[in-house]
Design a protein around this ligand. Structure first.
Ligand code: SPV
Ligand code: MG
Length: 590
């Protein structure tokens, strides 16, 4: 069934004249439909012009069909394909009909000139095909169509070729007798006189179509009065576009500024509308599944980070997440890294100077009790935004994508990213989240980290001495769907029991750290799995950390440790404090 052909037949069957406009692509089709026309003429002239070649069968049938299909695909209107002479003889016509009908085109129009045709308004070379030959093409077309509704329009160029009305009537009648569904009578006269005369003598056996390009003064009322059934404004669209584009481009070139021509430009929003961006967005929402759509990333950034040194001056003005690292806040760098991993649902819990956290595309939730509470409360403030699976990422760390990739692929339910390198130096951070593990790290040995299945036995900041600790929790955790359920239920249970009482290392439940809840889960027998890393992350807890981070991003991307020149050595920045201070510009954290 060809629904567009059915619709075109319905238009022919109803009273009144059908108004049709030409197009050569999907954009033109949308404009024609938007203007209220009832069908679209896939114009050979427009399609050829859009390629910058003459309307003389320079293009192939495949190219015309591709353009016609691009029109048909974006419009609900029936499309009438201008198929010139059929691109060859009757055998070419048979294949053409199969192809156009299969593409959902409502009708084809064949003209009785010789192949290759030349546009009717170009003088000379307008030789007509013998009537018998063209009748053969119509018979071939009608016989090749599959659905009864598909229409074959026969166009006579008798008036164009200068053979007069008698020849036009003779041919029109022969084509009607061969089964043509409608007749297009073309004229290049500068007034509609011969069209009116043709209609006066026409036997009315078939509906008649006209293309008034050369007699634009004719009115719809006149055409209707003469019994014309369809008028095709074949090339108004492309001529309007060429006129407007020429003027704008010339003015633009002269003025050297877009401002001069802006009033003549459609706003970009109009282009987006013609591209159906709204529909595209809705479809994306409905159907687009990104690989990690079932994850939320929860970033607790509510507290005021304390620092012993110069960094505290910066942190007095902004949360650590909004510290500027060479032109971008720390949080933005992390958000970009997460998005690159397909993690788009990012929830940041704000508190201290929370209004500064205003990155595009993130969700913010405010922990109004940030002054009295600690990180666990911040994380759970966002619990209504938890997804099936969740990542918890502290706001004062920087990390490489590879850590997130490994973590996302980790099969266990509650996974903490841990590092044992703290044992090799004296960290600035006195409050490390230390972990005692079931299996000791293989100190001084090379190891395959992916094959190391280890679990936490204890976790905390105060009750574990550095000497007994195996790992440091770096502040990144993955919690699966069942892990998230367990975490919530343990949290709810403890919230009731420990309301104003000490909870592991915390003086009250409200002041609990994430590690206190993890310790509780370990004690309740929930496996807390460790994913070991030996590098690929850093925290910003001192001015020195901060300065190193700025250096790392000094090229807009992390410096390559192996190849960094002496001035880029992040471990030994040669610059003074004042020369690396990029926060002098107020925009950075605003
Ligand atoms: C076309 O639009 O390609 C036509 C109509 O065939 S005309 O250009 O008037 O011949
Ligand atoms: Mg044409």
């Amino acid at each position: 069934m060809n629904l567009k052909a059915q619709e075109l037949r319905r238009l022919f069957a109803q009273p009144g004249i059908i108004q049709v406009a030409g197009a050569h692509n999907g954009l033109g089709a949308r404009l024609v439909e938007g203007a209220g026309f009832e069908a679209i003429w896939a114009s050979g002239l427009e399609i050829s012009a859009s390629y910058g070649v003459p309307d003389a069968n320079i293009l192939t049938m495949t190219e015309y069909l591709a353009a016609t299909s691009s029109i048909n695909e974006v419009t609900s209107l029936p499309v009438i394909a201008d198929c010139d002479t059929g691109y060859g003889n009757s055998s070419n016509v048979i294949r053409l009909v199969k192809k156009y009908e299969a593409a959902g085109i409502a009708a084809i129009c064949l003209e009785d000139k010789c192949f290759p045709k030349l546009n009717s308004f170009i003088a000379g070379n307008q030789e007509l095909a013998p009537v018998a030959e063209f009748v053969g093409k119509i018979l071939a077309a009608k016989n090749a169509q599959r659905s009864a509704d598909f229409m074959v329009i026969a166009r006579t160029e008798a008036l164009i070729a200068g053979f007069g009305l008698d020849e036009a009537w003779r041919r029109a009648e022969a084509y009607a007798n061969a089964g043509a569904d409608a007749l297009l009578i073309h004229s290049k006269a500068n007034n509609p006189g011969e069209i009116e005369a043709f209609m006066a003598g026409w036997n009315q056996s078939r509906p008649v179509i006209v293309v008034p390009t050369s007699y634009p003064q004719v009115t719809i009322e006149e055409l209707t009065a003469w019994g014309i059934k369809m008028v095709i404004y074949a090339n108004a669209g492309i001529r309007a576009a060429v006129q407007a584009m020429t003027q704008v481009l010339q003015s633009l070139r002269q003025a050297g500024s877009l401002k001069a021509v802006e009033p003549a430009l459609a706003p970009l929003s109009r282009i987006f509308e013609l591209q159906q961006m709204t529909r595209f967005r809705e479809d994306e929402k409905k159907y687009l599944r990104r690989s990690h759509d079932d994850f939320a990333v929860i970033i607790p950034a509510a507290g005021q980070t304390k620092s012993d040194d110069t960094l505290s001056q910066l942190l007095a003005e902004r949360p650590v997440a909004m510290l500027d690292l060479n032109g971008k806040p720390l949080l933005q760098r992390n958000v970009e890294c997460l998005r690159q991993q397909g993690l788009n649902n990012i929830v940041v819990v704000t508190g201290y100077k929370g209004d500064l956290i205003n990155l595009e595309g993130i969700t913010t939730v405010c922990n109004v009790e940030y002054q009295q509470s600690h990180i666990l409360h911040s994380i759970m403030t966002a619990q209504h935004h938890f997804a099936n699976q969740n990542l918890i990422i502290y706001s004062d760390i920087l990390f490489e994508a590879s850590i997130i990739q490994r973590l996302l692929a980790h099969p266990e339910d509650l996974v903490l990213v841990v590092d044992d390198s703290f044992a090799n130096f004296t960290p600035a951070n006195k409050n490390m989240d230390l972990v005692v593990a079931q299996a000791k790290p293989w100190a001084g040995k090379r190891r395959l980290l992916e094959h190391n299945h280890n679990q936490a036995v204890r976790i905390g900041q105060q009750t574990i001495r550095q000497e007994e600790a195996d790992y440091e929790f770096i502040g990144i955790a993955k919690i699966s769907e069942s892990g998230s359920r367990a975490l919530k239920s343990v949290y709810d249970d403890c919230a009731g029991r420990y309301r104003n009482r000490p909870f592991h290392e915390a003086p009250t439940f409200l002041q609990a750290s994430f590690t206190d809840l993890l310790q509780e889960m370990i004690e309740r027998g929930f496996p807390v799995t460790l994913m070991e890393v030996n590098s690929g992350w850093m925290e910003i807890q001192s001015f020195d950390d901060y300065r190193r981070a700025c250096r790392l991003f000094s090229n807009g991307r992390p410096a390559d440790h192996r190849n960094s020149g002496q001035h880029d050595n992040p471990l030994n920045p040669p610059v003074s404090q004042s020369s690396v201070i990029p926060w002098a510009e107020p925009r950075q954290c605003g």
